[in-house]
Design a protein around this ligand. Sequence first.
Ligand code: IDP
Ligand code: MG
Length: 149
Amino acid sequence: MERSFIMIKPDGVQRGLVGEIVKRFETKGFTLVGLKFMAVSQELAEQHYDVHRERPFFKGLIEFITSSPVVAMVWEGDGVVGASRAIIGATNPLSASPGTIRGDYGVTVGRNLIHGSDALETAQREIALWFKDEELVSWQPSAQPWLYE
Ligand code: IDP
Ligand code: MG
């Protein structure tokens, strides 16, 4: 089944939103298959945001992501990559719809609380970058027959 890489950024952790954010993925019906609370190294941050290396905000973004711990997660489910982007909301929290995580809790693009993979291939790359195979647990939630026909 499809998997996505989701990370609660330092502002989400510092603002005490970990439980609230995890809850949104959990109650939607997605399955948690990996989770770790961690400090992010300069190298990992730069690899993760490699596509933005030439952007003017890159330096500030790396400083922000490495400034304080994050929660790195892998969630599984049908259509989880696209659905996660919808749950998260637009990159700029001021443009993000109410009801989305960024729409409900953020006010500025440089502090937008959470990352979610933007496509299947990106998800595969990011999961491999952040997690070892043995850190991911394949399991069958007992609610599965009540979520999928
Ligand atoms: P996304 O997180 O919604 O996929 P991207 O465009 O991939 O958005 O940008 C990655 C991250 O870089 C954003 O989530 C945000 O933290 C940061 N970022 C993007 N654009 C800006 C900007 O104009 N100023 C400051 N930070 C930005
Ligand atoms: Mg992105």
